[in-house]
Design a protein around this ligand. Sequence first.
Ligand code: MEV
Length: 431
Amino acid sequence: MKNNFSNLFKGFSKLNLSERLQSLMEAGVLSSEEANYLKSGGLKDSGLGEKFVENVVGYFQLPMGIATNFQIDGEDYFIPMAVEETSIVAAASKTAKWVRESGSIKTEVVGKNIIGQVQFAKVKNPEQFKKDVLSQKQYLIDLANREVAFGLVARGGGVTDITVRFVDREEESASFMGVVHVLLDPVDAMGANIINQVCEFLKDHLQSLTGEKVTMCILSNLVDTKITRAEINIQNIDSDLAEKIQEASLFAELDPYRAATNNKGVLNGIDPILIATGNDWRAVEAGLHAYAAQSGRYKSITKWRKTGANELHGIFEAPLIVGTVGGVTTLHPTAKIAMKMMGIQNSSHLSRICAAVGLTQNLGALKALTTVGIIEGHMKLHIKNLSLGAGAKDEEMPQLQKRLEEILQLRKRISLSNAIEVLKELRATRL
Ligand code: MEV
């Protein structure tokens, strides 16, 4: 039975915190204990932090908001997003509502292997080196699976392939850099530890097999062997808007300066989910950017095309390597709640959700940028932060925000000094 939260999505943003938690309990995505844990401020036990990092002095708390209206592959989701930037959660929910009403989101993961690299800085005899490694490939795979990755093998994964590459040393054409790629299916783990262990384990065997010297072993974050795709189709879109979104997309496909900002907007949708679920967002970021530059020029990670008079099609494609077992994901109580909230079944499922939200976030940004512009779409919500930054008290907020919105409308610009100035004026008139 697929989740259908359409009634609970309605008016969610108008609820107060207790009512929102109540709504999530009604949806069956939170228990009363989990709701109480979140309401009382989440994790406080510094002992857990000591298990993760060194020299712990406390926690850094980020707000976790819930993006609503998401229907991904026909299933409704409340999406937990841990992020500091105003408007991301609101924009995701608003755009997801549009997609829900006028289109659909489909996702898939293609491939299953992650990559480990064993570097041979200077290979004396490249041809022989390649022959030696490849002729013993199955032996090495079986050995690594038997001695190191046996836990993964039991779960249906493990080392699946070994390949050899040569990297151009550029400055020294006489010698070759050899790289052995170890491909491994990590099942539901992110796989960083196990792939590194497998590579370290194979190091001595590869050295004695080839007579060449290993320099280092480490995973690669450019996992072009496991790609997550999301697609959005929108019907009944205003023809002019579809045209503008296509032009905005072309801008990001052709110009690396724009591509960087476009991709940052996509990551606005992805990173907050990675953080909320305790995943390594730096690894995902590195992989995504490297993939975006794979053609030799840094490009947008999304592409939008007008596919009919009133139709728009968008696609996101990149490696999104996440884990759903082990590490922070299974130890941090908030991460566990975030996973449960989305009913995550396995790592591919989580990757698909991230891709869907990233592409939706991108659509929202492109729509805002090609219509009302970033000031209206972004800064309006930023006014709340400016008001807080200026030191407004709770009771002063509504009046100050109203006045700042008027200034924004008038001047198309707003800053913290405006907020400080207006707050001063408001306080003076009350005296
Ligand atoms: C701001 O956080 C994100 C945007 O700059 C993304 C974009 O330009 O596509 C609005």
